[in-house]
Ligand binder design. Sequence first.
Ligand code: NAD
Ligand code: TYD
Length: 339
Amino acid sequence: MKILITGGAGFIGSNFIFYMLQTHPDYELICLDKLTYAGNLKTLEPVMKQANFKFVKGDIADRQAVFELFGSEKPEVVVNFAAESHVDRSIENPGVFLQTNVIGTQVLLDACRQFGVERYHQVSTDEVYGDLPLDRPDLFFTEQTPLHTSSPYSASKAGADLLCNAYQRTYNLPITISRCSNNYGPYQFPEKLIPLMIANALADKPLPVYGEGLNVRDWLYVEDHCRAIDLILQNGEAGQVYNIGGHNEMRNIDIVKLILKTLGKPESLITFVTDRKGHDMRYAIDPTFIHEKLGWLPETRFADGIQKTIEWYLSHKEWWQEIISGEYQGYYERMYGNR
Ligand code: NAD
Ligand code: TYD
């Protein structure tokens, strides 16, 4: 099986590459990544020389480059992780979110039509469902929940999902979509809540909690997510949406306090700052469908996953400190610029 993985130099994509190389050593993987600020090729260094892995630097929205890649590599399966992924950045600059998340998806879908694939899988988000109220803990997102977006990020992801459905129905393209909750684990860019708070706490810098910190997210350990996508590729049904999450709901403020406690840092580092515009209150996935259809359940409880994650950031300080210093951005040119 030959799989094209886009966005594989980012957080979830890199974890997925490691997971797939380990789980399916007979597969051939090609990673297409633009190496935006969120992509770090150093993450993939341990597998760069592996015979069944190939890295290609490129933009999913670059039609010519994408079609050339499909023509030369003829992937059988495409998994699209490539995206602008940070809500706060989408509030500052929506344009690049539409370009990558919508137009980039369209280019990939067109290439799949032209060259034919066994499966196109779109990695989406629970944020396309909007949010749930805090006073209705009985409500969860199912695959039938209407799309109702809040941020330019979630609107661009919903646009991409709708395009995927349109290509399935109109052109009979075999697509699947997964909508997962907030991921955490190794190699997450330190602009997202958990790595940002760990990095700031270790540097004794203020921990910026938006609003009152009462917003709830449903946390998914990244490896559980990778396993779910693998299952969808193996046994998922074309045209189907799968929600991935696992009743690991936590308030932001409680996560921040837990991180401080684990690191032995004082709660006085917490600083409440102006709330995010349009801030979603609560996300919560009902994973019944993927459990019943594919037998998937998350294996990592939040209490264990967060300890593993904190330990990873403690033992890989160089990885995130090079990101904070900006050092990582010249890595591709230094290592591969003249090759
Ligand atoms: P990330 O920001 O860590 O990584 C994104 C990767 O995509 C980077 O390597 C970047 O260089 C690459 N990329 C960006 N624009 C590109 C382009 N035009 N062409 C090629 N590559 C490009 O993101 P992540 O957290 O790993 O998220 C991966 C996917 O999962 C995204 O589609 C995101 O919407 C979705 N998702 C993430 C979460 C989460 O909690 N992180 C939750 C739900 C869904
Ligand atoms: P984030 O990691 O950006 O993920 P998302 O917005 O996709 O859920 O944020 C998770 C939660 O943490 C969200 O409610 C916003 C909040 N947050 C803060 O309070 N402070 C921060 O510095 C960041 C980055 C996020």
